[in-house]
Design a protein around this ligand. Structure first.
Ligand SMILES: Nc1ncnc2c1ncn2[C@@H]1O[C@H](COP(=O)(O)OP(=O)(O)OP(=O)(O)O)[C@@H](O)[C@H]1O
Ligand SMILES: [Mg+2]
Length: 429
């Protein structure tokens, strides 16, 4: 063996340092290629990595400039005779006379100017190929001894260790990330539960007081019919109504509201809420209703449906400070297996409520958090950040789901899907 012992030890020490260094994996693999060239005094060394049905050129040391440019495009089929033999042998294949070897594809050899080559397989813990490593003479005429080929095999094993280490580290990172996400969710769920209990407690007691106020107010109203104070009493009545709606919001939020779900025709309901929605939107925002005929019934508490529409309308209004259009449409939709892939929604018939505004829209970071309770981008006291979490909670309670499409400056569309309810009248027939 013509490798000088001092060179050998120097390169080996370099490899050992490189293996422990916190350098990126790409750099460590190129270093192994460089070590191969240094140890074997050959021209070039490359690592190809498996990607689906091919091995793709990944790392190299010693490519001349013309080949270096084309190198990333090189690929080798899984059935390539030379590589398959190296994989099957679990060691190396040595070809010193490339031109007369049946194992070599002559066209490739000519294009890459290979005169002599050693190929060693990179294998995972189950013996499956991760790729392969080469050492080559191409600029000079040279040959590899068996000992040199064994060194390539050793370096290929080190490359496998680097690759597997990286794979395991990424796997560990994925598990860690998933764990952290779960912990965050758990913490969020606990916070919500505590807040829900508090909100429900307050809302419940508050509701009792409101019923008392409302009762006495009604008695007053009866006594004051036709008198000057009648108007004031009516105002009190309306304020009590608003406060009652607010406590309902809190009860929905904490899932403690006594629900009164009914068969609702979304189109008919939408038309009946048009007046309220217009008064919420104000003069500068035009409401365009497209209530389709013949939409299937859905099961929902009408009071909650009103809450949904009000919350979406208020958000749309706030997103269009200089005016614009809010389009609200209903339609029947059917979701097949492909449409619901990745969600836990059953396939079947749904009724869609689409709310589209041409307001300021949202960036991805906002979009990510809109359903979080208390998430708001509105200035102090302008928003509580509860609106959409309530909408989400109501839609989820019906077994439906929400899709949102939005981009800054391009408006926002909320697509609410409610499961189609079986019509008891129809099934009784
Ligand atoms: N139509 C919309 N266009 C642009 N941004 C929106 C729209 N709807 C919601 N958002 C964004 O989502 C955030 C959360 O909305 P959500 O309704 O939950 O709370 P809020 O409107 O801020 O406060 P609240 O509804 O409790 O008064 C808003 O602060 C806003 O940034
Ligand atoms: Mg809101």
């Amino acid at each position: 063996m013509q490798i000088e012992i001092q060179t050998f030890i120097t390169v080996l020490l370099g490899i050992a340092k490189n293996m422990n260094a916190p350098t990126p994996i790409e750099q460590r693999l190129v270093e192994l290629c460089r070590s191969a060239c240094g140890l074997l005094d050959c021209d070039r060394s490359s690592i190809f990595l498996r990607e689906g049905n091919v091995y793709r050129a990944a790392h190299n040391y010693g490519n001349p400039p013309d080949i270096a440019a084309a190198f990333p495009k090189f690929k080798v089929g899984l059935k390539d005779p030379l590589v398959s033999r190296a994989v099957a042998s679990r060691a190396f294949v040595l070809v010193n006379d490339v031109r007369s070897s049946e194992l070599m594809d002559q066209q490739t050899a000519a294009a890459a100017r290979i005169c002599a080559i050693v190929v060693a397989a990179l294998l995972d813990e189950h013996g499956e190929p991760l790729g392969f490593m080469t050492a080559e003479y191409n600029e000079r005429i040279g040959t590899f001894s068996e000992t040199k080929a064994m060194i390539v095999e050793g370096l290929a094993q080190l490359a496998s260790i680097v690759l597997l280490g990286d794979r395991h580290a990424r796997e560990r990172q994925r598990v860690e990330d998933a764990k952290r996400r779960l912990e965050d969710q758990l913490q969020q769920a606990r916070r919500l539960e505590a807040m829900g209990r508090l909100a429900a407690g307050i809302a419940h007691d508050f509701n009792n007081h409101l019923s008392v106020i409302s009762g006495f107010n009604q008695l007053l109203a009866e006594r004051l019919v036709g008198q000057p104070l009648e108007k004031h009493v009516a105002e009190i009545g309306e304020a009590v109504g608003r406060a009652t709606r607010l406590t309902r919001q809190l009860l929905v939020f904490s899932h403690k509201q006594a629900l009164d779900p009914r068969m609702v025709d979304l189109s008919a309901a939408l038309s009946s809420y048009a007046g309220t929605l217009r008064s919420v939107l104000g003069r500068d925002v035009e409401l365009v209703l497209d209530a389709a005929q013949g939409v299937h019934p859905v099961r929902i508490d009408p009071v909650q449906l009103e809450q949904i529409l009000l919350n979406l309308a208020v958000n749309a209004r706030d997103a269009m400070p200089n005016g614009g259009k809010l389009r609200v449409a209903t339609s029947n939709v059917a979701f097949g297996e492909a449409d619901i892939a990745g969600s836990d929604l059953p396939a079947g018939g749904y009724v869609r409520l689409a709310c589209s505004d041409d307001g300021i829209g949202m960036d991805a970071a906002t979009l990510d958090r809109i359903f979080e309770p208390f998430f708001t981008t509105k200035k102090c006291a302008m928003g509580t950040g509860l609106g959409l979490s309530i909408v989400h909670s109501i839609v989820s309670q019906t077994g439906g789901h929400i899709r949102v499409e939005s981009a800054p400056g391009r408006g926002t569309t909320f697509l609410l899907h409610f499961p189609r309810a079986e019509d008891p009248a129809a099934s009784a027939v």
